[in-house]
Structure formats: structure tokens, C-alpha cells
Design a protein around this ligand. Structure first.
Ligand code: CP
Ligand code: NVA
Length: 330
């Protein structure tokens, strides 16, 4: 398997064998890290990390992974670079491509990260766009594989706004890996039909399946994984909160929903999560709408079934695998 020079923009561009290769590589790198075996296989190289939206996990994962591999990192936030305001994406890509060996981009439209990749001449990695969040999916797949021993045939139910980056990318990842993906939400929150059609083709090839349903009982029956994400994503306007809370509250992950799934089912969330009132936005929404949590109850979030912090840790190991493989360190 040789992924040197490849971009990592969406899992649509990767075969199931390539995804499995990255997961196995991540597991190997994780083991090495736990055993204290130094890597530094990319010593002397440098990566640029562009963040047009905020981040805790993705930024830290890229920085720690790059440093573990021996690389230098430069973090560019929206306020401290010329990107978009004084310099086009294409020109920025050409400049950064002359100095760096790889570029991470987190921001808005997928077309931006695609344009960066077309012009950079070095691998570009998608650290989240409105449409996709592929590095998160690698971490999720690794977590599921670690937990159950395999991916094929596992049923993952995504509850909530399935139209955005997480719903889209989980559907692609599951379809490619022979898993059964279910989106459970009101109809208007289902993924775009063109992407669903594409994923149905992947699923046919891999032995997986795609179901979009409004029925919580049908969705959760025999589920191995119950997954949710915030109801309002970064960059969305404040006005959408009220309708989202009204529409998606029935799809909040509660203990009774978990009980409908298999007894050994796990709860997953990409984080950050509104499971209590201990955040600024959580508190504000609590006051505005008289609620104490949103997409998941505190009880489920902190339950034995919850593997959310394993996912968070696995962001680093999987991102390390993506950089190592595309920069040719393996
Ligand atoms: N899950 C995730 O991407 O987290 P951050 O927004 O903190 O990077
Ligand atoms: N859907 C969320 C994911 C955060 C990791 C967002 O885009 O804000």
C-alpha cells in the first residue's frame, strides 16, 4: 500500500482496503506510543495547520502527531493570516506549498479544501468542512474496531442532524467498511439523495447497507453503536437553534433509547457535546429554552457504554497515520 503524495479530503476518495490500512497503521502507531517507542520518521519536515473554525481535538491531534513524527508545525488562525481577506485560496496554497510538506485545513465549504489541494503541490488534509469530517471517522472506526474486534456487519445509528459533516462522513465510512448505517431523524434532516445513492453503491460492494428512517424503534433495533453530534454546527446562524431543539429533541440519546439497542451497544459522539449546562452555549440554551441538555443526556454521556474519550484519543493516532502514510514515512 502506497499512499505517498495523496490528499485526504473525503473518504469517498479512499477504498475500503486503504481505509483499513490507515486503521491498522494507526493501531500500530498507538501501540508504539504507549510503549514509548520513538518515531521521528519525518524529522525535518513541516506542516501548516489552517483553522478558520475553532478546535480542541483536531488541532491538538495534528500538533501532537506531527511532533511525535519529528515535524514542525505552524498554526494559522483566521485572524492572523491573509487567507481569504487579502489572498486567494489558490495563492495561499501555492505559497504554503513552497514552505511546507503538508497542509491541514479546517473551515467552511468543501470546495475550499479542494482548491487548496489542487494548488498546493503537497498533501492536503481535511480537518473538517461543512460537508465532511474524514479524520474524525477514522478515529471512530478505530474505536469501534478496538471495542468489538471488527467493523463488518456492525450497525451504527446516527441520531440527529444527518445532513452535515458528521452524518455525511459516517454514512460514507460505514458504507465503505461493510457496516449497516442508519440515519434516524425527521425527514428534512436526512442526507442529500445523491450522496445516499453513492453510499448505497459502496454498501452493495462491501456488504453493508443504508437506511434513513424517522422511526426510533426500527433504527435502534439490534444497533451496536448509537452516535450523535451537536444539533447546530459551527458557522450556522443563531436563528436555527429554536427549530433544531424542537425538531430534534425526540431524537436525543437517552437511557431508554440506549436500552432499545443491543445490550452491549456503545454510545459515540465526536465532541464537543452539550450534555449538561457547564458550557457557555449550553447554559445560554438552558436559560432560553428551559432545557438541561441537548443531543444526549448526561447519564448516557457518562455511562459505561460511552466511549467518547476513546474516540477523542484516537483522533491523534489516526491523524498520525494519515500524515505518516501520505508523507511517505511508512
Ligand atoms: N471532534 C472534533 O473535531 O473536535 P474539535 O472541534 O475540538 O477539533
Ligand atoms: N457537526 C459539528 C462537528 C464538530 C466536530 C460541527 O461542524 O460543528
Amino acid at each position: 500500500m502506497n499512499l505517498k503524495g495523496r490528499n485526504f479530503l473525503t473518504l469517498k476518495d479512499y477504498t475500503s482496503e486503504e481505509i483499513m490500512y490507515l486503521l491498522d497503521l494507526a493501531a500500530e502507531l498507538k501501540l508504539k506510543k504507549k510503549r514509548g517507542i520513538p518515531l521521528e520518521t519525518l524529522k525535518g519536515k513541516n506542516v501548516a495547520l489552517i483553522f478558520e473554525k475553532t478546535s480542541t481535538r483536531t488541532r491538538c491531534a495534528f500538533e501532537v502527531a506531527a511532533h511525535d513524527l519529528g515535524m514542525g508545525t505552524t498554526y494559522l488562525d483566521p485572524a492572523s493570516s491573509q487567507i481569504g481577506k487579502k489572498e486567494s485560496i489558490a495563492d495561499t496554497a501555492k505559497v504554503l506549498g513552497r514552505m511546507f510538506d503538508g497542509i491541514e485545513y479546517r473551515g467552511f465549504g468543501q470546495e475550499i479544501v479542494e482548491e487548496l489541494a489542487e494548488n498546493a503541490g503537497v498533501p492536503v488534509w481535511n480537518g473538517l468542512t461543512n460537508e465532511y469530517h474524514p479524520t474524525q471517522i477514522l478515529a471512530d472506526l478505530l474505536t469501534i474496531k478496538e471495542h468489538f474486534g471488527s467493523l463488518k456487519g456492525k450497525k451504527l445509528v446516527y441520531m440527529g442532524d444527518a445532513r452535515y459533516n458528521m452524518g455525511n462522513s459516517l454514512m460514507i465510512g460505514c458504507a465503505k467498511m461493510g457496516m449497516h448505517f442508519v440515519a434516524c431523524a425527521p425527514k428534512e434532516y436526512f442526507q442529500d439523495s445523491e450522496l445516499v445513492g453513492m453510499c448505497e453503491e459502496y454498501a452493495e460492494e462491501s456488504g453493508g447497507s443504508i437506511v434513513l428512517t424517522e422511526s426510533i424503534t426500527a433504527a435502534t433495533k439490534d444497533a451496536d453503536v448509537i452516535y450523535t453530534d451537536v444539533w447546530v454546527s459551527m458557522g450556522e446562524p443563531d436563528e436555527v437553534w429554536e427549530k433544531r431543539i424542537n425538531d430534534l429533541t425526540p431524537f436525543k440519546v437517552t437511557s431508554s433509547i440506549m436500552q432499545l439497542a443491543k445490550p452491549e451497544a456503545i454510545f459515540m459522539h465526536c465532541l464537543p457535546s452539550f450534555h449538561d449546562l457547564k458550557t457557555q452555549i449550553g447554559k445560554e440554551m438552558g436559560e432560553r429554552f428551559g432545557i438541561t441538555e441537548m443531543e444526549v443526556t448526561d447519564e448516557v454521556f457518562n455511562s459505561e457504554a460511552s466511549v467518547v474519550f476513546d474516540e477523542a484519543e484516537n483522533r491523534m493516532h489516526t491523524i498520525k497515520a494519515v500524515m505518516a502514510a501520505t508523507l511517505g514515512a511508512v
